[in-house]
Design a protein around this ligand. Structure first.
Ligand code: ADP
Ligand code: ADP
Length: 224
């Protein structure tokens, strides 16, 4: 049940080697946390996982297909079908209310999931008609998670999902991501927040563009 495998992946920008000989496997339904200090290569790795950029060399297998060989159109298709993105600053459209932000993804993606039900599930039943500016940071992050659920992609890719939130609200968001994982989503969190490791089946530590360690079979769950 391998979902994603990186093989000898390097990424170089001009003079900078951002990732060096990266090798790891992510299994279906795992909760993976990628940790590392600033400059370690986390954003670069996130961009490769999300099909937002391509490696300089090496292979990235997703469900048996090497996306490192994809052209721009194939990558766009991969992003649209396989990956739900959850970012630090939510990326909600300010002119749409919560429900419309979620439903927009439906229309684009032809998903049959119901936006109202999803917002209910993430605890926003009462606030569906409010605009992002009328919601707290934690609520906006819930909308962005609801939008990723609506997309119904197998991979949830989260970039510092609690980075803009206070500790308490961050914990609620972590719980919500864990419950999505229990429901069968593969969740990948890129962060410098060590607290995420308590939720993880696998922790990948990056340092100076290299893998420092991989710990797996942590907190075994559905993935094992
Ligand atoms: P992190 O997200 O862990 O802070 P990054 O992936 O952003 O790390 O950066 C890894 C290294 O690659 C850093 O040395 C950074 O300066 C460099 N880097 C990242 N993006 C670019 C870019 N677009 N052009 C040049 N260098 C970059
Ligand atoms: P950082 O982790 O350095 O704070 P961001 O979280 O803003 O940076 O973004 C991480 C990466 O994800 C960036 O390289 C950016 O191109 C990409 N990204 C950010 N927002 C989106 C989005 N809504 N859709 C697709 N890609 C995005």
């Amino acid at each position: 049940n391998e979902l994603i495998t990186f093989q000898r992946v390097d990424k170089t920008y001009e003079m900078t080697s951002a990732l060096k000989n990266i090798n790891f496997t992510i299994n279906e339904k795992e909760f993976v946390v990628i940790l590392g200090p600033s400059g370690a290569g986390k954003s670069t790795l996130l961009n490769l996982l999300g099909g937002l950029d391509q490696p300089s060399t090496g292979d990235i297998w997703v469900q048996g297909i090497n996306i490192a060989e994809f052209n721009e159109n194939e990558l766009a298709d991969y992003r649209a079908k396989k990956v739900g993105f959850i970012f630090q600053f939510y990326n909600l459209l300010p002119t749409l209310n919560a429900l419309d932000n979620v439903n927009l993804v439906h229309q684009v993606n032809n998903s049959s999931l119901n936006g109202e039900n999803i917002l209910q599930k993430v605890g926003l039943a009462e606030k569906m008609r409010q605009y992002p500016s009328e919601l707290s940071g934690g609520e906006q992050q819930r909308v962005s998670i609801a939008r990723a659920i609506a997309k119904n992609a197998p991979i949830l890719l989260c970039d510092e999902p609690t980075g803009a939130l206070d500790t308490q609200t961050g914990k609620q968001i972590m719980k919500l991501l864990k419950s999505l994982n229990r429901q069968g989503k593969t969740v990948i969190v890129v962060t410098h927040n060590e607290e995420f490791s308590v939720l993880a089946n696998k922790v990948i530590r990056l340092k100076d563009g290299e893998i420092e360690s991989i710990e797996s079979n942590l907190h075994p769950s559905e993935a094992d």
